[in-house]
Design a binder for this molecule. Structure first.
Ligand code: SF4
Length: 491
């Protein structure tokens, strides 16, 4: 209750906000928020294809698309094969500079007419909205994921959140159709508190879903690093106040605009850590290819430091070292393996080695998901496994922590092995087998550790390409029914 007569002006304002149903920061939270600096960042973004179509892109960027490419792309404009209505085009100056001499990097952000040749795919990969107890928040696994923003500094053509970034209408399980909304601090923290109170009152498990305390939350989007420091700080502090023990922030900004990790941002993180020292913080970064941070000489070879290690771009190295030197921030890289970008074991080997050397863990590599137009981007599952496996030959154990994951609708699934030889006496294994294993499973992970073995199909891009060759499926990957959204509790 607010005793408005006895409060000062600031308190009265907070009470009015609370009465209006908006989020009210606690006192120490507000004290932290008051310390945050909010500088503007000059990313020199080129937004969309229009500046290229109209010859208005900056002089040195104009040639990024050839006249033939522009003519093809412009002929698709406004048709159902319009590449920009599938995924908006966007790039930063820093990324352009890195991509100028790198075909794989160009493919990350450069629109191609081939993208919309085959638009098959899911509008909501993984039926993510089935796991949204409040708008903008997914609570599928043990942790929560937030859509904090719906854009990034630049846009990867293969993005599996293209439906969020392009603001597409998504059909929900109840038949309603709407764009994916963004998370709001009050709704999310109310949900976290309510969930955790129910769990605590029930001896550590939610009575309906079996899940434990929601102790970890991933700030995602889009890329939260496009938000001002104050907004990022507001999320961090509000989640900490709600009892979240560990926060992750997913970002590709180390690649798109490393100068975003400046003193103002790092001071905000320091102040957060000082205010909430018990809350863990992890940066989940996204490099697909070593060209995003390593320098090459005129002969195309990566430049070396005197000790033979590879030379980073100075802005990226400064940003990375500034983050890692804090000691309390963990940094992990994860990336999909995409056709023409990093389906290259040499590139993956260089990347895993170079990242681990500066203290970045190699977390996951992913097979591309079944997004709309996935056939333009995904490499066959078996090729992805072989590429990663080859890349890890000769690397040390600590450099090769990354596993290959494919996100089945049931949960994160590891592609454990691909064999070449038949298993004697087992029909369907004549060309070898592929073994999947569930790593993370929705709700309380009942199927973690279960495997599925299928006969090989070197062309398979998605699970349905194995439907006719399932040998053993204790994981239930080929007997999947959609989770009833009602089992995901509403706060
Ligand atoms: S940075 Fe991530 S969210 Fe943003 S466009 Fe690329 S893949 Fe999508």
């Amino acid at each position: 209750m607010c005793y408005i007569n006895t409060l000062n002006k600031h308190d009265v304002k907070r009470c009015e906000v609370a009465i209006a149903g908006r989020y009210v920061p606690a006192e120490r939270e507000q004290a932290f928020l008051d310390t945050i600096e909010n500088p503007k960042y000059e990313r020199d973004i080129v937004n969309g294809l229009k500046p290229f179509f109209q010859d208005k892109a900056p002089e040195d960027i104009k040639g990024f698309y050839s006249p033939e490419e522009l003519s093809m792309l412009s002929s698709l404009h406004g048709t159902e094969r319009d590449v920009e209505s599938r995924m908006p085009v966007k790039m930063t100056r820093h990324f352009f500079e890195m991509a100028k001499t790198s075909k794989p990097l160009q493919r990350i952000i450069k629109a191609s007419p081939d993208e919309t040749l085959n638009l098959a795919g899911s509008e909501d990969p993984g039926y993510q909205m089935d796991f949204a107890p409040v708008e903008g928040m997914l609570h599928k696994y043990e942790m929560g994921l937030l859509y904090a923003v719906s854009t990034c500094s630049a846009h990867c053509r293969f993005c599996y959140r293209e439906e969020l970034i392009s603001q597409k209408d998504i059909e929900r399980q109840d038949g309603t159709v709407a764009k994916k909304g963004l998370a709001k601090i009050k709704e999310v923290t109310d949900y976290v508190r309510a969930h955790n109170e129910i769990v605590a009152a029930n001896g550590g498990r939610h009575p309906e879903t079996g899940r434990e305390k929601l102790r970890e939350v991933l700030l995602s989007g889009g890329d939260p690093m496009v938000l001002p420091n104050r907004k990022i700080g507001a999320w961090l502090a509000a989640l900490a106040e709600a009892g979240v023990e560990s926060i992750r922030l997913g970002t590709k900004e180390m690649s798109f605009h490393p100068n975003r990790f400046d003193d103002a941002f790092l001071s905000m993180l320091d102040a957060f850590h000082e205010t909430y020292p018990e809350v863990g913080f992890r940066l989940m970064i996204h490099f697909n290819h070593p060209d995003e941070f390593l320098l090459r000489g005129p002969d195309g070879a990566y430049l070396e430091n005197p000790n033979g290690s590879l030379k980073w771009h100075e802005d990226t190295l400064r940003a990375m070292e500034a983050v890692i030197s804090r000691g309390w921030i963990n940094v992990e890289n994860q990336a999909p393996i995409i056709k023409g970008i990093n389906d290259d074991s040499d590139a993956l080997r260089v990347m895993q080695r170079a990242l681990y050397r500066v203290g970045v863990g190699n977390h996951y590599f992913f097979c591309g998901r079944d997004i709309v137009a996935y056939r333009a981007f995904n490499v066959p599952i078996e090729t992805a496994w072989n590429t990663l496996n080859e890349s890890q030959k000769g690397l040390s154990g600590v450099e090769t922590h990354a596993r290959l994951s494919i996100t089945h609708y049931k949960g994160k699934t590891e592609v454990v092995a691909v064999t070449n030889e038949p298993i004697p006496g087992v029909p369907g294994t004549e060309n070898g087998v592929l073994i999947f294993k569930i790593l993370r499973n929705a709700l309380d992970a009942p199927d973690r550790g279960k495997v599925c073995i299928v006969g090989r199909n070197p062309d398979a891009l998605w699970f349905d390409d194995y439907e006719d060759r399932v040998i053993f499926d204790e994981a239930g990957l080929f007997d999947y029914t959609r989770v009833d959204k009602k089992t995901i509790e509403a706060a």
